[in-house]
Write a protein that binds this ligand. Structure first.
Ligand code: NAI
Ligand code: MG
Length: 354
């Protein structure tokens, strides 16, 4: 059955501009094989726009992308624009207004990409971090008081709601039933005495509905250490906004390069478009050289295909990435090679066609 999807593309800043075209080429190629067409609308929302016009996106920006089937974002951030401006001016409004309460971050060690860990072998390490994406530690509740005086203070409240914890726990348990039936919940209920015991209680309540999933709860500090010592132990990890953010960057590094890590900001109810973006930032240190690793963006495109109802196409894209890594020595410089973004993408396209 043929289908057409309207995709809002926001390349953003820095290497976001270089990896978005790679992802689009792959989407078009795999779409062609599966009778799926993409219609892209590109938006220049970015720090560059902020510097020009005083805002990351127009006032009616959210309205402009609300009707799209999905949003694909490269990265935002530029030297000279504070990171909280780029984050709160674009990413957070999209995530929160479109109720993208799941941030999904799969991590895999591929054959042909040595992990910095001695004992992380291809095939063994294959996990997903399910990060709560709308509340928790990244809340707007708080303030700065007494600026400039010795008693100056800053307060930031973490916000955990029953509805918010319930839906992220359910999403994670549901996902575990479709994977290895193992789930780890990140907590810190020994140190954070109000919100984290609440998180633990609700996760335990929801667990009762998934008797086939074996699960446990681990303190975030110990969990971080175990992720390094024995990453193969993990399948689905569910975590609050802050813990999930940190754990998923750590896990991405275990897989070889932050440039390989994909992510989806998902609105599971599909009331609003979901947003797909590689985990990496705009990498101003390498921008303009054409050497950004496109794997994160291409894998992100595969996650979008899956979300849009094309699992076979998604699988082909992932197999093409794995194929290039296993069967060729083409690598971008972050993985120790000298291939350009374009060369690596061309190899993925060739695998897809074969
Ligand atoms: P970053 O992810 O941009 O870069 C960290 C390091 O990894 C750099 O050395 C960079 O060259 C390398 N790297 C990242 N992606 C790569 C790729 N695809 N291929 C090869 N090497 C890659 O993180 P950093 O330096 O902390 O932040 C730079 C800017 O990006 C900041 O303004 C930050 O706020 C923003 N940022 C934006 C994100 C987003 O749009 N979701 C996420 C993280 C950071
Ligand atoms: Mg992060």
């Amino acid at each position: 059955m043929s289908s057409t999807h309207r995709i809002a593309v926001i390349p953003g800043d820095g290497i976001g501009q270089e990896v978005c075209p790679a992802a689009r080429e792959v989407l078009d190629a795999v779409g062609g094989r599966h009778d799926v067409t993409f219609r892209y609308d590109e938006f220049d929302w970015s720090c560059a726009r902020y510097q020009r016009e005083g805002a990351m996106m127009p006032a009616d920006g959210l309205e402009q992308v609300r009707q799209h089937d999905a949003i694909f974002l490269g990265a935002v951030g530029a030297p000279g624009v504070p990171d909280h401006v780029s984050l709160w001016g674009l990413l957070i409004p999209i995530r929160r207004s479109f109720r993208q309460y799941v941030n999904l971050r799969p991590i895999k060690v591929f054959e042909g990409v040595p992990s910095p860990l001695r004992n992380a072998n291809p095939g063994d390490v294959d996990l997903v971090v399910v990060r709560e994406n709308m509340e928790g530690e990244y809340s707007e509740v708080g303030g700065r008081y007494g600026r400039g005086f010795p008693e100056e203070m800053a307060l930031q409240e973490a916000v955990f709601t029953r509805a918010g914890v319930t839906r992220i726990a359910d999403y994670a348990f549901e996902l575990a039933t479709r994977r290895g039936n193992r789930l780890t919940s990140a907590t810190k209920s020994n140190g954070i005495v109000h919100t984290m015991p609440f998180w633990d209680e609700i996760v335990a309540e929801r667990a009762a509905g998934y008797p086939g999933v074996s699960w446990n709860s681990e303190h975030i500090d110990a969990l971080a250490a175990k992720l390094v010592l024995d990453p193969a132990r993990f399948d689905v990890i569910v975590a609050s906004n802050l813990f999930g953010d940190i754990l998923s960057d750590l896990a991405a590094a275990l897989a070889g390069s932050i440039g390989m890590a994909p992510a989806g900001n998902i609105n599971p109810e599909r009331e609003f478009p979901s947003m797909f973006e590689p985990v990496h930032g705009s990498a101003p240190d390498i921008f303009g050289q054409g050497i950004a690793n496109p794997i994160g963006a291409i894998w992100t495109a595969a996650m979008m295909l899956e979300h849009l109802g094309h699992p076979a196409a998604a699988h082909e894209v992932l197999a093409a990435i794995a194929g290039v890594l296993a069967k060729t020595d083409l690598r971008t410089p972050d993985l120790g090679g000298s291939a350009t973004t374009t060369e690596f993408t061309a190899a993925v396209l060739q695998f897809l066609g074969g």
